[in-house]
Design a protein around this ligand. Sequence first.
Ligand code: ATP
Ligand code: MG
Length: 171
Amino acid sequence: MHFEEIDLLALVEDVFEQFEGKTDKKNMNLQFDKSYEGPINVIADYQRIYQVIVNLISNAIKYSDENTEIVVGFEITEKDVTIAIQDHGAGISPEHIKRIFERFYRIDKSRSKERGGTGLGLAIVKHIIEAHGSSVSVTSTVGKGSLFSFKLPVKKVPEPYVPIADEEESE
Ligand code: ATP
Ligand code: MG
């Protein structure tokens, strides 16, 4: 791992460039819910986090039907930033959720075969996020869709700007 200070917002923009034109076949709507001006500074391995987000968006596309929406968004608190990838695809039942992060585990192997893949994507995601001292969360409903997310600590949020006390008033 190569940890350095990176801008997560710029990273996600780079990932979106990679997916440009790649959702046309299924006519999917890949959206970036950009509610922050940025930068969102975190200490992370740029290449590995890039790979994590690519894997999660690839899954969202692969396991969703045509004409559905995928949204990538951030939520920032004092301590950390949560990155979430939401799809409106096949969804995952609770007994499978427990196992999807295992190497080579794929739900419904015969159907998954048509879609291609080895079952390593999420094992890699889990490994990388754990190497960053965090973990991956999943909430999903069969037939409705899934939300994969993870948190990374943000660099100290700057103190709010406080003007020098209004002296005129105190006189
Ligand atoms: P690879 O990523 O190696 O190309 P893969 O996509 O099958 O292959 P993983 O990314 O590890 O492997 O995912 C494991 C399994 O979890 C998938 O086969 C699929 O059944 C299920 N899965 C993963 N992401 C989603 C999702 N967003 N919606 C529904 N099912 C999913
Ligand atoms: Mg995958």
